[in-house]
Design a protein. Structure first.
Length: 222
């Protein structure tokens, strides 16, 4: 009689590896354990293996560099995790734009994303729909900011306001005096509190007079 081999072990679905990310501000007396405990319990209920815990302590959400978040994203790119779980979206991203960019990258990598308190799970149809809504909101926010900037510029021009940096007064006689004392262009610029390019261009373009340069990046008189 042929021996029948069980295929249960070979057909078992592999356990998903989840990375838990938490961020707290130490000056507010926050404890990351609150966030981590809830995420651990959630991972257990889902039957996930906790591949690692990443905690940024005392780091503001507005900071560009968050070491543990950077390490987490690197591990995601190297396919070391299957799911990223956070306590709340504002723990993960400092802005709507950053959130959309990061979630789009994770989606491209095939890494699922879950935010407990926001009831967001991008592995589900409703979660993916929510991601599309978040993306639309980010685009709307970007358009609003651009329109505010354009409206502000139009308003300033209508009132005759000068746009850009204020004029910078450059004394050619002072440049000549400092140069005659043996100082180089860089030293002269430092003494006068100006950019090297501004000093050199002023001396070359407007000899024997004092002028106002419209900006440190410009070589035209006001």
């Amino acid at each position: 009689m042929a021996k029948i081999h069980s295929t249960a072990a070979s057909s078992a679905v592999p356990m998903l590896r989840v990375a838990l990310y938490a961020r707290v501000s130490t000056h507010n007396g926050q404890d990351p354990e609150l966030q981590l405990r809830e995420m651990r319990e959630y991972a257990t209920r889902r039957g996930w293996e906790i591949a690692g815990e990443y905690v940024d302590q005392g780091v503001s959400g507005s900071k560009e560099s968050r070491p543990e978040l950077n390490r987490l994203m690197l591990d995601a790119r190297q396919r070391r995790v299957d799911v990223i779980a956070v306590w709340k979206l504002d723990r993960f991203a400092r802005s709507l734009k950053m959130l959309v960019v990061s979630l789009a990258e994770l989606e491209a990598l095939g890494v699922a994303f879950v935010s407990l308190r926001d009831n967001l799970d991008l592995s589900t149809p409703s979660g993916r729909l929510m991601f599309q809504i978040i993306g639309a909101m980010a685009e709307f926010e970007r358009a609003l900011i651009q329109e505010r900037v354009r409206a502000g510029l139009r308003n300033a021009r209508s009132k005759g306001k000068r746009l850009g940096r204020p004029p910078v007064s450059v004394s050619l006689s002072e440049i000549d005096r400092l140069r005659s004392s043996g100082l180089g262009w860089r030293a002269v610029a430092k003494k006068m509190g100006l950019g090297v390019g501004t000093v050199v261009r002023a001396a070359q373009k407007f000899p024997n007079q004092s002028v106002s340069i419209c900006s440190r990046q410009s070589d035209r008189a006001c």
